[in-house]
Design a protein around this ligand. Structure first.
Ligand code: XIL
Length: 362
């Protein structure tokens, strides 16, 4: 509550600053924010994006990334397959060059870095999926993977998506190589695999905030009910869960009062457990880039940012990329695209202005 009041105070102070050039005898050097990063900071919010260090040779890419955002996360480069492409028996099992460059960029530009992701059924190495390992061997592989990757970036990555997408939409646990096919030893034992993964990550970096991250759990539904039950159980038993990540890969159908009210109520129950909330992969896909569609997209971006500002547990909002040039949407949602705040030429879209205005609004 105190934090909420602080945030409000900072917000109204920011508005006063724009007109009076001072607040409480303040600093005349302080001016109105001109970037998402500066605007978000005034509410204690971090605004970030997924990125790939493969694009760092592009001046416009790095310039927008470092000026507009205060956080970044690797879109793919820390997933198991890309970061751990060869077995542990190989003299060189890991590929750290790409993720190291991403972390170095974050540190150099005073950005926070989120880690994504350690335990997921997708984008795995074929040496793991095709290795014929039993549960004991898989447990050794995963424990060592988590210790190595989290340990390497300890003190530089402030939050990790430890486990990604472990639940089905109906709230049951997804059948994966880590859970039950054959799993790491807790097949059929509910959330024990997730708990073990969190404990391993916590050992490797006791200071990092550890997250469970998923899609389709933004509103109150069977999946978010199951995540909530898990989170409540973990908090009760001292399992090191620090927050929940909500992905927010949405379309314009998300823009209705019932849905947004449900997100609000959902956020409130996770906040009441004392967990941080991160919006981890926000994008709003469109089926065309008409002025009407871009305006509707902007309206939804604005409403989501405003909603986040009403819930003090929301500490961070990340979009899944920032320029339509590199968005994953056209490759995964046929006929759709134009999902991000910057267009393919790095021009600011109405969505950008909407985000900025929602962050600067009193
Ligand atoms: C996506 C990337 O954006 C793509 O480049 C890749 O080909 C597939 O994965 N949920 C997640 C992200 O947690 O890691 C996914 O990222 C998008 C859905």
């Amino acid at each position: 509550m105190l934090q909420n009041q602080n945030r409000r105070w900072i917000g109204s102070c920011a508005v006063a600053l724009a007109t009076l050039a001072g607040c409480g005898g303040g600093n005349p050097m302080i001016t109105s924010p001109t970037t998402l990063r500066a605007a978000a900071q005034r509410h204690g919010l971090v605004v970030g994006t997924a990125a790939d260090s493969g694009h760092f040779s592009e001046a416009q890419f790095t310039s927008v990334l470092s000026t507009e955002y205060s956080d970044l996360t690797p879109e793919n480069q820390m997933k198991f397959g890309p970061i751990h492409p060869r077995p542990d028996t190989d003299p060189n099992p890991y590929d750290f060059a790409g993720p190291d460059a991403l972390v170095a960029f974050g540190v150099a530009h005073k950005m926070k870095v989120r880690g994504h992701t350690l335990v997921w059924h997708s984008q795995l190495s074929t040496w793991v999926t095709g290795g014929g390992f039993d549960a004991t061997q898989l447990s050794t592989i995963l424990r060592s993977h988590i210790a190595t990757v989290v340990g390497r970036y300890a003190g530089k990555i402030f939050a990790w998506d430890v486990v990604n997408e472990a639940f089905n939409d109906d709230g049951s646990i997804r059948s994966t190589i880590w859970y039950d096919s054959p799993g790491i030893g807790f097949s059929g034992m509910g959330t024990r695999t997730i708990e073990q993964s969190l404990n391993w990550a916590h050992l490797a970096d006791p200071k990092a905030k550890l997250f469970y991250n998923d899609y389709g759990a933004e509103t109150q539904n069977s999946k978010s009910d199951a995540i909530y039950a898990m989170a409540s159980d973990f908090k009760g038993r001292g399992v090191p869960l620090g927050g929940v990540g909500f992905q927010f890969h949405v379309d314009l159908g998300f823009n209705n009062t019932g849905t947004l009210d449900s997100v609000k109520a959902n956020f409130a129950r996770f906040a009441a457990l004392g967990l941080d909330i991160h919006v981890t992969e926000l994008d709003i896909r469109l089926s065309d880039f008409s002025a009407g569609s871009l305006a509707a997209q902007a309206d939804l971006y604005s409403k989501l940012i405003a909603l986040c500002r009403t819930q003090p547990a929301v500490k961070l909002v990340q979009t899944w990329g920032f320029t339509d040039k590199y968005s994953w949407i056209p490759y995964f949602f046929s006929g759709m695209g134009w999902a991000l705040p910057f267009d393919a030429d790095y021009g600011k879209k109405p969505a950008y202005t909407a985000m900025f205005n929602a962050l600067t609004a009193p």
